[in-house]
Design a binder for this molecule. Structure first.
Ligand SMILES: Cc1cc2nc3c(=O)[nH]c(=O)nc-3n(C[C@H](O)[C@H](O)[C@H](O)COP(=O)(O)OP(=O)(O)OC[C@H]3O[C@@H](n4cnc5c(N)ncnc54)[C@H](O)[C@@H]3O)c2cc1C
Length: 519
């Protein structure tokens, strides 16, 4: 996947595209994969890097959502559990089975959560990840050696999926490209064009690298801009009433010793009635999340001090050695594109289901949902879009479509497991140039070969793209990522032809950005 090839495809394209997708997050990528694999002619445009928005900032769970079960939303849970199973089937290199333990401190918790989690597993049917079990106090401590022991009675273990969101996103873009879609990052949609009858008939996009503009006519335009969906809708209809109630959630990342386990902790009721997780992720401990309504979405949302305090306080309630601010290696924030309910509703109670909305101008907006259900959401959206645009009917094939990198036993690639079948290419780079096999920082596993691979094959265009989304360095350890930036810039310069001025500008920009991930 090379950006120059994508630009060339766009330049030589003749006539209208079947579909133009605005937004390169989970929603847009899923639609591009679905539509291209049905045989439609698709263009996807992302204003920044793929996954710059919410889709690289999730809790990294492929899950049915135990909380929605408690709210009685059985249909939503069943759909998500099925999608969880399909994703593991189609991307086994990226989805793993993770044990979650609900620690019990009250007598009623074991029977209550024990029964609830049995139902959760039963709803998964043939897509189950493993039966839940009630644990004794000793078994709970074996699984969670760092859990607070005062008053601990036992626990309940259940199983769910875990993944790397940004890596799945890149693999989905590659899948879309393999299926013939044109996918372009750093291409911002600045206008939505209309025909004489007032119906949307395409977009104008601006290349954020060269400043040049393209007009891309389309049979249907799909707005998949997540938290930014309303601003894209207003390009077509300046008076459009907002659909999205944005809400941010933060995560704190700590050294792995705070959890020191292969199992995760699931706290079903924090002091504000939410769910909180502490999860082992890429050799670190990830804790989150919050749910704070915000007014305006931005690409680099900031954590509130009270959100940081809230997570630290909750961790303090459950961990023997509670982390402090000084232990935070990275803090990252994502914005939920929740679909509005009535006035005054808390965002935690707004719809987690996806919504397809068609404006009078014919602009189709698809939003809400969650990462886990991106495939199903894409299938519904392409069905609707094909009807709206009167495209020839073509069946969806993604239930059994392998995601790029598919490999049934990717564990054999060790730290490169996430790359699946691409791992071999990275290993080849290491053999050709042994220096590229060295980790770029002693606290993180990432090597020079991954930087070269990202620039050559994964459309990484900046130091940030490599350190935030092709690898997860920034999300794991912001200071270590900053220390890696000069070497990443040097390796990228050789691939992308940067001069010394560009290299220093890249390092300076990344250093400034990474400050926002430190507390
Ligand atoms: C804190 C948090 C935790 C979560 N945890 C989980 C989880 O564990 N499991 C799960 O299943 N789900 C989870 N989710 C939900 C999931 O992350 C989101 O539902 C999903 O990522 C939304 O994807 P999206 O593509 O709709 O939005 P985004 O990823 O934000 O993508 C929209 C894209 O549109 C682009 N864009 C905007 N305007 C334009 C324009 N004019 N031109 C071109 N491009 C434009 C943006 O740059 C952005 O990249 C979580 C969400 C949050 C906030």
């Amino acid at each position: 996947m090379r950006r120059a090839d994508m630009v060339a495809r766009l330049d030589r394209h003749d006539g209208p595209w079947d579909l133009v997708v605005v937004g390169g997050g989970a929603t847009g990528a899923g639609i591009a994969v679905d539509a291209a694999s049905r045989g439609y002619d698709v263009l996807l445009l992302e204003q920044h890097d793929f996954g710059k928005g919410t889709s690289s900032r999730s809790t990294k769970l492929v899950h049915g959502g135990v909380r929605y079960l408690e709210q009685g939303n059985i249909a939503l849970v069943m759909e998500a559990l099925k999608e969880r199973g399909l994703l593991r089937q189609n991307a086994p290199h990226l989805v793993s089975n993770l044990a979650f333990v609900v620690p019990n401190y009250d007598w009623w918790e074991a029977p209550f959560y024990g029964l609830g989690l049995k139902v959760y597993n039963a709803l998964a049917g043939k897509y189950g990840f493993g039966a839940s079990e009630i644990l004794s106090r000793e078994e709970t401590l074996q699984r969670l050696p760092t859990i607070k022991t005062d008053g601990l009675r036992g626990g309940v273990v259940y199983y769910d999926g875990q993944f790397d969101d940004a890596r799945l996103l890149i693999n989905l873009m590659e899948t879309a490209a393999d299926q013939g879609a044109t996918v372009l990052n750093y291409a911002r949609v600045v206008e939505v064009t209309k025909a004489d009858d007032g119906f949307v008939d395409g977009v104008v996009a601006e290349d954020q690298e060269s400043g040049r503009r393209w007009t891309a006519p389309a049979r249907v335009v799909i707005n998949a801009a997540g938290p930014f969906s309303d601003s894209v809708r207003r390009l077509a209809e300046p008076e459009a009433q907002p659909l999205i109630a944005p809400s941010q959630g933060i995560h704190l990342v700590f050294h792995e010793s705070f959890l020191a386990a292969d199992s995760a902790i699931m706290v079903p009721h924090t002091s504000d009635g939410r769910v909180m997780f502490a999860i082992p992720w890429h050799g670190h401990t990830l804790v989150g999340t919050t749910d704070t309504p915000i007014d305006t979405p931005t690409l680099e949302p900031r954590p509130l001090e009270e959100e940081i305090d809230f997570i630290l306080e909750t961790a303090d309630r459950y961990l023997l050695k509670p982390p402090t601010r000084a232990d935070v290696l990275s803090v990252f924030v994502g914005i939920r594109p929740l679909v509005k309910g009535g006035d005054g509703k808390l965002t935690a109670a707004l719809s987690r289901d996806h919504t397809i909305h068609i404006d009078a101008s014919g602009l189709l907006t698809t939003t809400g949902g969650k990462w886990t259900t991106y495939r199903n959401m894409a299938e519904h959206t392409v069905d609707q879009a094909a009807d709206l645009a009167r495209l020839e009917e073509k069946p969806c094939v993604t239930r059994t479509l392998n995601v790029h990198g598919f490999h049934p036993s990717a564990e054999r690639f060790g730290p490169l497991r996430m790359y699946g079948s691409d791992a071999q290419g990275i290993q080849d780079l290491m053999h050709e140039t042994p220096a590229l096999a060295q980790p770029l920082h002693s606290d993180l596993p990432y090597t020079g070969a991954e930087v070269v691979w990202a620039a050559r094959h994964e459309m990484a265009r900046t130091v940030e793209d490599v350190l935030a989304r092709r690898t997860r360095a920034l999300f794991l350890n912001a200071r270590a990522a900053t220390a890696m930036a000069p070497e990443v810039a040097r390796l990228m310069a050789a691939e992308l032809g940067w001069d010394a001025t560009r290299m220093s500008a890249e390092v300076a920009a990344f250093t400034a950005l990474a400050r926002g991930y430190q507390v």
